[in-house]
Design a protein around this ligand. Sequence first.
Ligand code: G3P
Ligand code: MG
Length: 246
Amino acid sequence: MNMLRWPYPHLIAHRGGGRFAPENTAAALLAGSVFGYRMAEFDVKLSSDNIAFLLHDDTLDRTTNSCGPAADWRWAELATLDAGSGFDPRFADEPLPTLADAARICLEHGIHANVEIKPCPGREVQTGKLVAQECLRRWGRATIPPLLSSFSADALSAAREAAPPLNYAWLIEDTLPSDWLTTAQQLGVIALDIDHTLVDADLVTAIHDAGLALMCWTVDDPARAASLFRLGVDAICTDALDALQP
Ligand code: G3P
Ligand code: MG
């Protein structure tokens, strides 16, 4: 039995709404909101001078007008980049947002935040700690705190130590480790957030029996989403904001 009453919406806009506006930008968060999404996932890492900002990749190449490892750049330099033109000229000069910018947009628009801690390689502990502290500052005593997730157990562990009142989810890809329950308990997460192709009825039961919630990523097929919800999955992260109606 799932002892946890899931406190968040059941549908989450992936990278803010990255199919309809440049991913991980303010425009993407607002696009998700226009589709009626009340929760957004976005990826956060640190600049070289420890400002938390939104970017998925380790490098700037795919989503901005610059290139090279994001970890080498100071925030003052990152703030001048164009993260929109590559998606569509309509979004020219859309900037990379800070985590503080994203928090302000979420709070202003009533969007729950799924903050994925996405550390640059080697910066797992520092990123977990600083992102969690920033979330605690920005969301303060919000009734429902942001949900922080990460593939990195080191980042999650550091985050939870720095900000125990926030909620945490452990992201899983490829395979679910056999000792997942022990690790989840050690990390103090409320949910596992699993590649949906790994999910079946037995896994949903096992995770709920452990008192944990189950989130899935990234599900764009409405039939698959319906099937996962029938199994009892608590939340789905999707790019298909037009196909999966909140
Ligand atoms: O949080 C779910 C999903 O965002 C994880 O994959 O690579 O899109 O960050 P990725
Ligand atoms: Mg992500």
